[in-house]
Design a protein around this ligand. Structure first.
Ligand SMILES: Cc1ncc(C[n+]2csc(CCOP(=O)(O)OP(=O)(O)O)c2C)c(N)n1
Length: 336
């Protein structure tokens, strides 16, 4: 069993129910993702980026954070992360359909720029890495106001080559800010494989900023949970940031606009699909006698139904009104 000893979750302080809930969220994110891909192909939504291959790690991190207290700056593949900390499939559907009821922007954002103010989830954005300095800023506010929450920010490994990454990490290191930087290293930045992006380990960059960097197997949900929990406790003790490099693999093409067979082989993808952390965790739960194939089939049916209902709701929901286009663009008032 590659996930470690049986009942490892209990030794990490997770109940059996927590462990099953972790699996349920990974599975729900997958059902949402599969449907979103089909909806794009059917011409119902303009665009979709998949997070498959990254969900086990995302759930591990999310369960170590505190919903509605901590602040989250996810990136565009973090569906399992945001489903773990309070968003619903319906919220995500409204965001990808760009409908007026979308809790983030009322359908004004690009499809997939989800966010949720009530759950402290800051809008995901397409210009990569802009969220890293923003996260340092939120963490600075926590420190100045003496509030005991932690800020979490994630991004891809390609994005860690942007200047914003350096600026955010450096500032957070200097001021010992309560922030966790998570690089979801899925091995590709569109068509560019990791060996053409960086010569060293991304986790090792943390040394230059004066805080710890840890490389973690992102297909091991419990290990991701353990490391993130430690990072959060460290941040709350006032010891500053941690950089976590979550090793995983992007199973789907970069986006619905990409043909990944131009730069990698089917065999490579299939080999990595078999190593997905969701499969590993299901095996673990079955070995712990907390799950069964029958329960799994029931769960799939239930979640497909949930996704069907959310799809139907978002499809029928109205778009924002044309006359509302400039709402939130300019402030109203006398200019004082
Ligand atoms: C500032 C900026 N430069 C370029 C792009 C175009 N672009 C979109 S996604 C992407 C690759 C990002 O790769 P990575 O950070 O590894 O994340 P992944 O998409 O693989 O999860 C690029 C270059 C962008 N969106 N923003």
């Amino acid at each position: 069993m590659s996930i470690g000893q049986l009942y490892k979750h209990r030794s990490l302080g997770l109940s059996d129910d927590d462990a099953v809930r972790m699996y349920t969220v990974m599975s729900l994110a997958t059902r949402f993702d599969e449907r979103a891909f089909m909806l794009q192909r059917a011409g119902k939504i303009p665009f979709h980026v998949s997070g498959m291959g990254q969900y086990a790690g995302q759930v591990g991190m999310a369960f170590a954070m505190q919903s509605q207290k901590d602040y989250f700056l996810p990136y565009y593949r973090d569906y399992a992360f945001v489903l773990s900390v309070g968003m619903t499939v319906k919220d995500l559907m409204l965001a990808i359909f760009c409908k007026a009821e979308d809790v983030n922007s009322g359908g004004r954002q690009m499809a997939g720029h989800f966010g949720d103010r009530k759950n402290h989830i800051v809008t995901a954005s397409s210009p990569v890495t802009t969220q890293v300095p923003h996260a340092a800023g939120i963490a600075l506010a926590a420190k100045m106001k003496r509030q005991d929450f932690v800020t979490f920010v994630s991004f891809g490994e390609g994005s860690s080559n942007q200047g914003d990454f350096h600026e955010g990490c450096n500032f957070a290191g200097v001021h010992k800010l309560p922030v966790i930087f998570v690089c979801e290293n899925n091995q590709y930045a569109i068509s560019v494989p990791i060996h053409k992006q960086v010569a060293g380990k991304i986790a090792d960059r943390a040394i230059g900023y004066g805080f710890p960097g840890v490389q973690v197997d992102g297909t091991d949900v419990l290990e991701m949970y353990r490391v993130t929990k430690e990072a959060r406790e460290r941040a709350l003790r006032g010891e500053g940031p941690t950089l976590i490099e979550m090793m995983c693999y992007r199973i789907m093409p970069h986006s619905t606009s990409d043909d990944d067979m131009l730069y990698r082989t089917k065999e490579e993808v299939e080999e990595n699909r078999k190593k997905d952390g969701i499969l590993k965790f299901k095996e673990y739960l079955i070995a712990c006698e907390l799950w069964s194939e029958e329960q799994d089939l029931e769960l799939q049916d239930r979640q497909k139904q949930e996704v069907n209902e959310a799809t139907k709701y978002a499809d029928l929901a109205p778009y924002p009104k044309p006359e509302d286009t400039l709402l939130h663009v300019y402030a109203e008032g006398d200019g004082k």
